[in-house]
Design a protein around this ligand. Structure first.
Ligand SMILES: Nc1ncnc2c1ncn2[C@@H]1O[C@H](COP(=O)(O)OP(=O)(O)OP(=O)(O)O)[C@@H](O)[C@H]1O
Length: 481
């Protein structure tokens, strides 16, 4: 058991390095790489590792959660019996903060931790993190990774000790399969639901309660015992996908629980029982922007002021993800992921989630530059948001079916040439009607921003901060009327 644990921990630590090595590509490609590389690693380390062994990934998540929680709590150890982990966590925190001045404050410490260990290992010189203990920890990880024999000296290594402690705690908590359930304490800020509670909330996941299907699984509307309405995403997917979701679930939660913003759809809690993994979100009563633009034809959206306000709300949510959450984990900017609450305030949903389930994005929103360079950046997300702005202006879907069997056209191809030619009126959604004289200036500013977002090269596109400024100006103009 001890050898197996150590072997698995080394396997997982190897993936930690892969994560840091691919960080520039973003999380979605990281997860893609994760899947591909995991097979290679598996055979390098021990061919007998099978899917059942993946549960230690959750043990690893548990560990990072515990460390992270310790760092944030800044109080006496929640781990109680483990002051060593507490002081280790503090040390990692200091190391991470001293290394960069900026967004570690708000970004995921787990990511920072991975980066720190990754670069210390790669340097293989006295630690560039400044603290020898971090370096020696990373050396320990390195040693375990490199050792294919599972030799006895691993039993005394700090890595083994940590892994062992994590494992013991999981078993002591009564669940070797679903450690996060047993340690809900460490998923601070999220509610842990039992499956029975969610069965009750959704009338046993009835067809009547089903509100959609996405890459994570089926979405149900439900009501909790306290009367609050929620949207519940349940992993009703293939068994292969379920295995993958099992691996990434803890990782996903560590990201999502940190993200709070008035223009993001909040994650309320989760449930993890046997093969079931469910995410419980705030309920967005008025559905998606996509549905209103392309299916429902809601009269509420038949005003330029409302459309610009929705665009601004969404841009603020994405700006938060880019700058304040310190991570480009959002790979699903599209109008179906911009949801509207009961006050018609737009909130971005699915951040993080789609990035784990998909490699690059949805057709129609994929950055033109990504198609040639295969690298996703914040500017790829700006491109996708530009497509959303064009949908808002034109009322057209991202890909327009060709008339009379002609080749389908993207909304970018449809809208950009007339805008550049100064013929904006030609492409505006007729349901809203031509902007009045004073409105025209505001709508023009949105159009001008949109075409900059969909520039072929990322360097010519604006930042999310500039987009927010332009949309604020545009809304100000229209509100002054
Ligand atoms: N919090 C929510 N409140 C209300 N409806 C929601 C909520 N989350 C999702 N939905 C609805 O459920 C449907 C499916 O959503 P989901 O986010 O799972 O997939 P998607 O965004 O359509 O696709 P993908 O997962 O590929 O991005 C959407 O049409 C959306 O309108």
């Amino acid at each position: 058991m001890i050898q197996s644990l150590t072997r698995n921990f080394s396997f997982l630590a190897s993936h930690l390095l892969i994560a840091t090595n691919t960080k520039h590509v973003g999380l979605s490609l990281y997860t893609h790489t994760f899947c591909c590389r995991s097979n290679e690693m598996e055979s390098e380390i021990d061919e007998s590792i099978d899917m059942a062994d993946y549960f230690t990934f959750d043990a690893f998540s548990f560990f990072t959660l515990a460390v992270d929680n310790e760092i944030r709590s800044g109080t006496s150890s929640n781990l109680g019996a483990s002051p060593r982990v507490h002081s280790f966590a503090s040390m990692v925190d200091i190391a991470i903060r001293s290394r960069t001045s900026s967004n570690w404050e708000t970004s995921s410490r787990v990511c920072g931790f991975a980066s720190g260990v990754g670069s210390a290992i790669k340097s293989r010189t006295p630690s560039n993190l400044g603290t020898p203990r971090v370096h020696s920890f990373s050396s320990g990880v390195d040693f375990v990774i490199r050792s294919s024999s599972g030799g006895t000296d691993l039993e005394t290594s700090p890595v083994h000790g940590l892994a062992s402690e994590v494992y013991t705690r999981n078993v002591a908590a009564g669940s070797s399969q679903v450690p996060l359930n047993a340690t809900g304490l460490f998923v601070e800020g999220l509610q842990l639901f039992s499956l029975a509670e969610l069965v009750d909330a959704t009338d046993n996941f009835s067809h009547h309660n089903k509100i959609g299907v996405g890459s994570f699984g089926v979405v149900y509307g439900g009501k909790l015992v306290d009367g609050s309405e929620v949207a519940i995403k349940r992993n009703e997917t293939s068994s292969k996908m379920k295995e993958f979701q099992k691996i990434v679930f803890g990782y996903l939660l560590t990201f999502l629980r940190r993200l709070h913003h008035e223009h993001l759809v909040g994650l309320v809690g989760f449930c993890e029982e046997k093969d079931d993994r469910l995410l419980v979100y705030e309920y967005m009563k008025n559905g998606s922007l996509y549905d209103h633009l392309h299916h429902k034809g809601s009269i509420v959206l038949n005003s330029w002021k409302t459309r610009i306000k929705i665009a601004l709300d969404a841009s603020r949510g994405i700006e938060y993800l880019h700058y304040y959450a310190g991570t480009n984990i959002y790979r699903a900017i599209k109008s179906s992921n911009i949801l509207l609450d009961d006050t018609w305030t737009a909130r971005v949903s699915d951040f993080g989630l789609s990035s784990l389930m998909e490699a690059a994005g949805t057709i129609g929103y994929i950055d033109s530059e990504f198609c040639s360079l295969y690298v996703l950046t914040a500017k790829s997300e700006v491109y996708a948001f530009g497509v959303v702005l064009l949908e808002i202006l034109t009322g057209k879907t991202p890909i327009l079916c060709g008339e009379d069997g002609s080749t389908p056209l993207s909304v970018v191809e449809f809208a950009v040439p007339p805008i550049l030619a100064g013929d904006l009126a030609k492409i505006l959604d007729p349901r809203v009607g031509a902007p009045r004289v004073n409105e025209a200036k505001a709508v023009e500013l949105v159009a001008y921003t949109a075409i900059r977002c969909v520039n072929l090269e990322g360097k010519d596109r604006p930042s999310m901060a500039e987009i927010v400024l332009n949309l604020e100006k545009s809304l100000d103009i229209i509100c002054d009327i």
